[in-house]
Structures are given as C-alpha cells and as structure tokens.
Design a protein around this ligand. Structure first.
Ligand SMILES: C[S@@+](CC[C@H](N)C(=O)[O-])C[C@H]1O[C@@H](n2cnc3c(N)ncnc32)[C@H](O)[C@@H]1O
Length: 197
C-alpha cells in the first residue's frame, strides 16, 4: 500500500527545522500532537538527534505514520500513541510539544482541550511550538488564507483559521507565555511558547 503523502510537509519542513532546533535546544522528550502522515516526524527526529520524538494521532492515521517510520527509522523516533484530543492524553510529562496545522482543523472546544493538555503535561520551562496559519486583529493575513478558510468551513463548519489573540489568551490561561511569533512561508507562523510554572 502506498504511503500517505503531504506535499505541504515536504515544502515547509526545511523552513521549520531551524526554528525548532533553536527552540528545543535544551529539550529531551518531545510529543508531537497530530503527526498526520509522519513526514515531519521522520525529518525532524533525524535532524534533532538529541530529542526523543514521540508521534501521536487519532488511530486512523497510525498505519500511514508506521509506514513512514518503517521506511525512515531513527533511534530517537517512536511509533504513534493514540492521542485523540477528545480524551485524556496517554502520557505523563514531556519537556517539548510540537503541533503543525492542527488548530484550524479541530473544533474550538478541542483547541481548548489542546491547551489544557499542554498545561497538564508540559514540564515547567518546557517549550511548545505550534505551526500553522493565524489571523491578526480579526483579519486574514492573505487572500489565500481567506480562501483556505472558506474551504475549511465548507468541509467542517467547526474548523477555521484561529485568531492569534484568542490563542494567546488560551495559552496564558494554561500557564504559557508566547516568546516568539515567527513569520513563515506561505502565510504561516511558528509560535513558540514557554511553560511558566
Ligand atoms: C492538517 S493535518 C496536519 C498533519 C501534520 N501535522 C502536518 O502538518 O501535515 C491535521 C491533523 O490533526 C489531527 N486531528 C484531527 N482531529 C484530532 C483529534 N481529535 N485529536 C488529535 N488529533 C486530531 C489529524 O488526524 C491530522 O493529523
């Protein structure tokens, strides 16, 4: 069976890597939420060998992630655990969390559940990096993001590009501070949060 494939992951992984490497310099155990195909995981684990990279996703994506990990194994890369944001997280504590292109896919209550999970499972001083598109002051940052949002809403009315202000408020209530907000290609951002206590 052919592996699932994301062209976006192939396009963005080289741009994201240096920012993750910088943010996760002092991290050891990372949880990825919503690993998707697993393409980010194989690239990032290989290039950040000091990190134990734990993939996760809803069960439907596990087979594809296994296929990518089987073809591109790393000693620091681990097969997916079932993490569905509707349920408690099946981990104790990590010192790094990464999630790409998830917050605009899941419903707002699940975005809230994501930050509750980060608050519960990220160690003090741990880093959380989130990649994806965001709106600023209620506005899309590009016409293509506005079009993308329309496409998302037609597919699932509960999904949609989130306002950065709402995200940082949720994060603050979860004990996280926004350290950096990097501009990325294709109208995306890389948000870097630190867990304060
Ligand atoms: C657009 S994909 C992004 C995948 C990958 N991170 C990437 O950048 O290509 C959205 C991801 O959110 C995950 N997702 C959707 N609902 C979820 C839930 N309830 N719990 C956890 N992950 C969920 C999907 O399974 C998928 O992996």
């Amino acid at each position: 069976m052919n592996k699932p494939y994301s062209q976006a992951c192939e396009n963005n992984k080289a741009f994201i890597l240096p920012f993750l490497a910088d943010s996760f310099t002092n991290s050891r155990n990372l949880l990825e939420v919503g690993s998707g195909t697993g393409q980010h995981a194989v690239h990032f684990a290989e290039n950040m060998p000091w990190l134990s990279w734990q993939t996760s996703d809803v069960i439907n994506n596990h087979q594809g992630i296994h296929q990518w990990l089987n073809e591109y194994p790393s000693v620091n890369l681990f097969t997916p655990i079932e993490l569905d944001l509707n349920n408690p997280w099946p981990i104790t504590q990590v010192d790094a969390i990464y999630s790409a292109n998830t917050l605009h896919i899941i419903s707002w209550p699940l975005v809230q559940a994501f930050f509750q999970g980060v608050s519960q499972h990220l160690a003090t001083a741990g880093k959380c990096c989130i990649y994806g598109p965001f709106n600023y002051q209620g506005k899309f940052t590009s016409k293509s993001n506005a079009n993308f949002n329309e496409w998302l809403k037609e597919r699932d009315s509960e999904s949609g590009i989130r306002d950065i202000e709402a995200i940082t408020t949720l994060a603050k209530n979860a004990g996280l501070s926004l350290d950096k907000d990097h501009e990325m290609p294709a109208n995306n951002r890389l948000l870097v949060f630190t867990k304060l206590s």
